[in-house]
Design a protein around this ligand. Structure first.
Ligand SMILES: N[C@@H](CCC(=O)N[C@@H](CS)C(=O)NCC(=O)O)C(=O)O
Length: 201
């Protein structure tokens, strides 16, 4: 069975949400990136969350885990195939959710919680915050009122992008997420599979 090292609010939520949507069985193990156990440090020297184990396979990149699970435990409509309309947008937003949005949040969270008090509001923190908000506005403009980022249906790309609502709480930007994105993510969060995923401790 898939084993997902998870911490509530971390990117493991993406992987758990995907499994819940697909009906793929999984178990979780608690993983703290603030106070990692020796077992967790041995599995992931980077100490980042999530980690996925599937038999001999160990992965440390959340979007790659999603691609792996869809390919190995699909087929699933959460994935858009190359011959389908919307494939390019799907691929783009699947990666953009992490590389183009959430990745900017890590140094912001680090600065917010670990920098000396007189550096918490430094130039870089301001830059990172505006970079995330600018990118969220870009997604909102692309959505243009539609409920999904690609292929006119709910896909793994929506799961990736929507994570910013969770991560944004730690980055201190949750209140500033553009209204159309709040509406888009709010509707996704009403999905029963998300509700189950978000409740996993
Ligand atoms: N690109 C990685 C990022 C993983 C990551 O940075 N996770 C956060 C928690 S959501 C973390 O462990 N942060 C602690 C750190 O960066 O040291 C992924 O998508 O899995």
């Amino acid at each position: 069975m898939l084993k997902i090292f998870h911490s509530q609010g971390a990117r493991s939520l993406r992987v758990i949400w995907l499994c819940e949507e697909m009906g793929v069985p999984y178990e979780t193990a608690e993983a703290s990136f603030m106070k990692p156990s020796d077992e967790f440090k041995a599995i992931n020297p980077l100490r980042t969350v999530p980690v996925l184990q599937d038999g001999d396979v160990t992965m440390i990149e959340s979007v790659a885990m999603m691609i792996y699970i869809m390919a190995k435990y699909g087929p699933t409509d959460l994935e858009v195939k190359p011959n389908e309309p919307g494939y390019a947008e799907y691929l783009q937003f699947l990666l953009f959710g992490e590389a183009g949005i959430a990745a900017y949040g890590n140094p912001l969270v680090g600065t917010r919680f670990m920098a000396p008090d007189d550096q918490k509001q430094n130039w870089t923190a301001t830059y990172l915050k505006s970079a995330i908000l600018k990118r969220l506005q870009y997604v909102a403009d692309k959505l243009d009122g539609r409920p999904y980022v690609a292929a006119n249906r709910f896909t793994a790309a929506d799961i990736c992008v929507a994570y910013i609502a969770t991560g944004g709480k730690f980055a201190g930007i949750a209140d500033e997420i553009p209204a159309p994105m709040k509406n888009y993510i709010g509707a996704l969060h009403a999905r029963p599979a998300f509700q189950r995923a978000a409740a996993v401790k």
